[in-house]
Design a protein around this ligand. Sequence first.
Ligand code: CDP
Length: 213
Amino acid sequence: MIIAIDGPAASGKGTLAQRIGGHFGYVWLDTGLLYRAVARDALAAGADLEDGAACARAAVALDAGTLGDPALRTTAIGEAASVVAKHPAVRAALLDFQRQFARTPPGAVLDGRDIGTVICPDADVKIFVTADVEVRARRRYEEYARRGENVTYDEVLEIIRQRDARDASRAAAPLKQAPDAVLLDTTGMDIETAFQAALNIIAHVTIGRSEAR
Ligand code: CDP
């Protein structure tokens, strides 16, 4: 069973994916961490983030054991990740790892931008999670405030707007809803409500499919 969860920055897809994975006993991968880790390693090697070949070298050499690094969660690394993520060679270098992970029995949940469109086009369930940009900025701002990051709500809103624009406009695997993905707009929902809504979508899609057989 493969569950693909895509959506824009701070839409809550990571929290949802983790809860869904825990609920069904499936493994979970936040694929944004891969791009964040490549950005971290490329910066550490002194690479220019606009240099696709240099960033791809960092992607090929990536040690997946370092994805738990708390430094990956900062605003600056999120920004840098969306720059390295536009290089096709970086995306190509990370493809096999994600596809292999997706095949972990009995099931896997992957969240990102292109899981339902490029990484796992045959996923059993695809959910596109979104929310109004002001709501997403508020959630991210509160997350940063809890961690003591020195950034204002207006700055977070601007960063998220720019990141969404960059992710949606790039040529390689842009952020977009797969035609067969179910839209989940969490604007007025808390985490628990969004989780229940996601479980309903999964039940609906999987029951519908077994009835069609
Ligand atoms: O947590 P948040 O939504 O802010 O970001 P993330 O999921 O950690 O992703 C950071 C950046 O990595 C995104 O802005 C994308 O540019 C890139 N990314 C991607 O291109 N493809 C993915 N499957 C996941 C992330």
